[in-house]
Design a protein around this ligand. Structure first.
Ligand SMILES: Nc1nc2c(ncn2[C@@H]2O[C@H](COP(=O)(O)OP(=O)(O)OP(=O)(O)O)[C@@H](O)[C@H]2O)c(=O)[nH]1
Ligand SMILES: [Mg+2]
Length: 450
């Protein structure tokens, strides 16, 4: 059922000068509310591009542009909507916005258009989440995955699990209601097998969460080590460009540097840091503090040592800070020697020559391996932590039901109770059941105007 809510308005394009700036309006009788500010020849027809002028209260023309009217229910939100495209001057757009605000229309909250689209059944919760993902995507793979979810890829997977549980529920229910009659029922083994296959599918989906989170927010990868081991050279080699200054003088990098790259379509935020050592230099000291901070907040730390020289106390001290974090040891400068003692200390380390670009591709592969990146190449379906939490709960119920069934005779009522609970969590994923809290959490991370 479509419900038309109070009219809202937002500027839908980013702040700044641009060729065109868009203003979006949605809600009950929204066109009627702004009609006297719009000058146009003839009637405003649904889904037509109309050339219009916007006038202010005194009748002065603010700007001219294109207006499109989408009456309910055929619009993004399902409500009456208007989109106006003016010249992309922030002052003009702000002035137009203010004019509309005087007409009893309020400013939209982040994600409110999409929230209304969801509430009006234009999309399910998974698709609504994908809208924000799509806008925020930082790699082609991330776009593909968001696009897939927007098209309902994940929804149909969850719905098929849900339908199979519902079907099972119907069988068990029928077993109670018509127990005297001759209707087909499932054997215990059949029920267990069905539950096991559902459990396995949930397991497969759960495997995608880590990669999904990396795809959506990127991976923070920090390069640390003592001065002069070749951190900045490695940074440049991974980026494929001479971005950081490298010199033979220890203490070259004073502040951290960040650059983006993608590895197999996963966005990476690569961070080069100042070499960590005790220093009296006040500038370098701050740099070292920043390095330590980056080290602690990274998803993965690349700890670099110079393989051509004996290890020093500084190397060991830094390693003791790194070893309990997600980390990889990188032995650099193998082109000028690889000492046995270094190899003995770090036998599993990746060996590279940042200067010559040797071992860099292998290092990239190993980074993704170690992060547990699991690429579902054709499916492009990756769940989020929200989905993971609910899927885990559903899986727990299913697992314990399987266990109970294998151990004892269960009454159909107990089986039904468990099945209903497992279904409830899936309902929450697609948004058949929601609370204001859940919706607030999801839509607050949207931009205004979407
Ligand atoms: N032979 C050889 N030299 C290297 C290699 N990697 C880096 N170097 C040299 O080692 C010196 C230090 O390199 P940087 O990349 O500046 O080292 P860093 O760890 O960033 O140093 P700080 O910023 O001072 O902490 C430079 O002269 C580099 O050319 C390598 O793989 N082989
Ligand atoms: Mg450096």
């Amino acid at each position: 059922m479509i419900k038309q809510r109070e009219p809202i308005v937002a500027i839908a394009t980013p702040f700044g000068e641009s060729a065109i700036g868009a203003i979006r309006l949605s809600g009950y009788d929204v066109l009627g509310k702004i009609r006297d500010l719009i000058i146009t020849k003839g009637e405003i027809k649904p889904r037509y591009a109309h050339f219009v002028k916007i006038r202010d209260e005194d009748g002065d023309i603010l700007d001219e542009g294109i207006l499109i009217y989408y009456p309910s229910p055929k619009s993004y939100t399902g409500e009456d909507m208007v989109e106006i495209f003016l010249h992309g001057n922030p002052l003009i757009l702000k002035k137009a916005l203010e004019l509309f605000l005087t007409k009893g229309i309020r400013l939209a909250q982040p994600g409110e258009f999409t929230k209304r689209a969801f509430l009006n059944g234009k999309m399910d919760l998974l698709q609504a989440e994908a809208v924000a993902d799509l806008i925020g995507s930082r790699s082609e793979r991330a776009i593909k995955s968001a696009q897939k979810q927007l098209q309902g890829g994940l929804s149909s997977l969850i719905n098929s699990l849900r339908e199979r549980l519902l079907e099972l529920l119907a069988y068990v229910e029928a077993d109670i209601e018509f127990s005297e009659e001759d209707i087909p029922t499932l054997t215990k083994e059949q029920i267990i097998n069905l539950l096991k296959s559902i459990d396995q599918e949930i397991e497969n989906l759960l495997k995608t969460v880590k990669t999904g989170e990396f795809l959506r927010r990127g991976i923070n990868l920090a390069i640390v080590g003592k001065p002069n081991v070749g951190k900045s050279s490695l940074f440049n080699a991974l980026l494929g460009q001479e971005r950081a200054i490298t010199t033979p003088i220890p203490g070259t990098t004073r502040d951290f540097l960040q650059e983006s790259l993608t590895l197999k379509g996963i966005p990476i935020n690569l961070i080069d840091t100042a070499g960590i050592r005790d220093t009296e230099d006040p500038i370098e000291k701050i740099g070292v503090e920043r390095s330590l901070h980056k080290l602690k907040t990274a998803d993965m730390v690349l700890f670099v040592v110079d393989g051509s020289k004996p290890l020093e106390k500084e190397d060991i001290d830094i390693y003791s800070m790194v070893k309990d974090l997600d980390h990889m040891v990188v032995i650099n400068k193998v082109d000028i020697g690889l000492r046995d003692e270094v190899l003995k200390e770090f036998p599993k380390a990746q060996r590279v020559s940042a200067l010559r670009g040797e071992g860099i591709e292998e290092l990239k592969d190993e980074i993704l391996n170690r992060l547990g990146v699991y690429l579902t190449d054709s499916a492009h379906i990756y769940i989020t932590v929200r989905h993971e939490n609910l899927l885990k709960k559903s899986k727990e119920v299913i697992k314990s039901l399987i266990n109970k069934l294998e151990l004892e005779e269960l009454s159909p009522e107990i089986i039904m109770l468990d099945l209903r609970e497992a279904i409830t969590y899936l309902d929450e994923i697609v948004g058949t059941i929601t609370t204001e809290d859940i919706l607030g959490g999801i839509f607050s991370r949207f931009c205004i105007g979407k």
